[in-house]
Design a binder for this molecule. Structure first.
Ligand SMILES: Cc1cc2nc3c(=O)[nH]c(=O)nc-3n(C[C@H](O)[C@H](O)[C@H](O)COP(=O)(O)O)c2cc1C
Length: 209
């Protein structure tokens, strides 16, 4: 445990590539990551990425999650925790971290965090980050948003979370899907204090291309 460790949770909203890229960028930045994944996230990952994540810690393989993005990444910096393991350090406020991102964040998980139900390790770790007044970044993906969802998003924002919807911008002139993923992941990293060079910032000089 170190005070600059980060927590990443993946839940069952569309957008598995955001979570995978976020993990890669944080690890390449030399930070330690505590990772937990919901069963619904596995389903979405299988649909969107085409690989099957084993959630059982004895069978969990970070290479399946990261795929070709694992190349050159120091996987010793990745600690995986089963979503039902309330004995994991990140379930307690006494375990120091620099922040947490739920990416992607389903509306179900937003609701659980908004209401403090702590039914799994993801909800509990998010609850801990709120109560300890640490950075909590939620990356929802849903459209259109219903009134219940908007109220839950308001509740988590009022409790201190940063609601950072998976909404790529076009002013960076993305050329590929990776560019669009990198814009969202870069904005998450900005919130978590992870240095990156994932997109050209507004106002920065254009490089010669
Ligand atoms: C392929 C697929 C895509 C989904 N996309 C979304 C989504 O974009 N946003 C969302 O809130 N839920 C989405 N869901 C539904 C959630 O996975 C579902 O509500 C689940 O209970 C969330 O559980 P979790 O929050 O524990 O991960 C999707 C489900 C599947 C199978």
């Amino acid at each position: 445990m170190a005070a600059d460790d980060l927590v990443v949770a993946m839940t069952g909203a569309s957008g598995a590539p955001y979570g995978v890229r976020l993990l890669e960028v944080i690890l390449r930045a030399g930070r330690r990551v505590h990772l937990t994944i919901s069963p619904a996230a596995c389903e979405v990952f299988a649909t969107e990425v085409g690989r099957t994540i084993e959630l059982d810690p004895s069978r969990f393989d970070p290479h399946v999650l990261l795929g070709e993005r694992a190349t050159g990444v120091d996987l010793d910096r990745l600690s995986y925790h089963h979503f039902r393991d309330f004995r994991a350090g990140i379930a307690s406020g006494s375990f120091l971290t620099a922040g947490m991102a739920v990416c992607p964040c389903s509306m179900g998980t937003v609701a659980a965090i908004a209401h403090g139900t702590s039914g799994n390790l993801i909800h509990r770790a998010a609850d801990v980050h709120l109560k300890e007044r640490r950075k909590l970044v939620l990356v929802p993906r849903e459209t259109p948003l219903g009134l219940v969802q908007l109220r839950n998003l308001t509740a988590v924002a009022e409790a201190g979370a940063v609601v950072l919807p998976a909404m790529p911008a076009f002013y960076t002139r993305p050329r590929t899907l990776d560019d669009m993923v990198d814009f969202v992941v870069g904005r998450i990293c900005d919130q978590l204090g992870v240095s990156h060079d994932l997109f050209r910032r507004w106002g920065a000089p254009e490089s010669a291309e």
